[in-house]
Ligand binder design. Structure first.
Ligand SMILES: *[C@@H]1O[C@H](CO)[C@@H](O)[C@H](O)[C@H]1NC(C)=O
Ligand SMILES: *[C@@H]1O[C@H](CO)[C@@H](O)[C@H](O)[C@H]1NC(C)=O
Length: 252
């Protein structure tokens, strides 16, 4: 049973990936916060373009509105916005005709002077993440304070903060401020735990199989259970012969 479950798992996995439409959404520039007036390109990377993926968003004013008809400029599986403003803040995703959805990306557009450049996608546990507290006008490397869940965690002289080997406890709501300039909006940073699919469990070594040696001596059936390593089958007959010899000896 143990040895047959692995091939079946592989078959099942490939069946699932063949029949499930998947898409992932990316954004360029890759930041969850953006300044008003920037241009942004959202891209839907899909397995199956015939599934009819569209880019949609929820903002404070609208829900499930579609790129091309309600906002932005549709270009194949991408969507461009040429001059974003705070009302473009919201949650974006790709959706297929059948209703399958991609990951979501949260974007905050500010009319203010400071943004926190943070990853749009969840950060993988164990990786490093760098946050950049940035002003709209140069210089872009001013000293900045970084806050997590409302508390100042670090002050960095050049406005960059690196968190090494992130773990689940680094997850939270981050913002930053630059003295004399202002404060950024807040963004949630999420951490995903390492996928286990990269290290499939190796099946346990085959356990020694009990082998039955049926011996008949003097018309009396004698059964013996012998435990043999599965690769020592060559020795089976010898062992059985030995048992026969032993049994025979015993009967006389
Ligand atoms: C978008 O808004 C609709 C209606 O409120 C809600 O059902 C849906 O979950 C929202 N989608 C996302 C990705 O937040
Ligand atoms: C969308 O933006 C990308 C990147 O800025 C650009 O290369 C592409 O030509 C734009 N497409 C349209 C239809 O505006």
């Amino acid at each position: 049973m143990e040895t047959t479950s692995l091939p079946w798992l592989l078959v099942l996995t490939s069946l699932l990936s063949c029949t499930t439409n998947q898409a992932s959404l990316t954004v360029s520039p890759s930041s969850s916060q953006l300044f008003e007036g920037e241009s942004v390109s959202l891209s839907c990377e899909e397995d199956d373009s015939s599934a009819g993926w569209t880019l949609r968003r929820n903002t404070t004013r609208e829900t499930r509105t579609q790129c091309g008809s309600d906002w932005g400029k549709s270009a194949g599986s991408s969507c461009n916005m040429s001059y974003i403003d705070p009302l473009d803040s919201g949650v974006y995703w790709c959706e297929s005709r059948e209703g399958a959805t991609s990951n979501t990306i949260s974007i905050t557009v500010t009319g203010g002077p400071v943004i926190l450049q943070s990853p749009v996608l969840p950060v993988m546990e164990g990786h490093d993440v760098t946050l950049h507290c940035k002003t709209e006008t140069p210089p872009s490397n001013l000293p900045a304070g970084f806050y997590k869940d409302g508390s100042l965690i670090r002050t960095e002289p050049t406005g960059h903060m690196t968190i090494h080997h992130v773990n689940k406890s680094d997850e939270g709501l981050y913002k930053c401020d630059i003295r004399g300039r202002g404060e950024s909006p807040s963004s949630w940073i999420s951490v995903t735990v390492k996928p286990t699919t990269t290290a499939l469990p190796t099946p346990p070594p085959p356990s020694p199989q009990p082998q039955w040696c049926q011996l008949t001596g003097n018309d009396l059936p004698i059964s013996m259970v012998m435990t043999l390593p599965s690769q020592a089958e060559d020795g089976l007959n010898d062992d059985c012969d030995d048992v026969t010899a032993l049994t025979t000896k015993h009967n006389f």
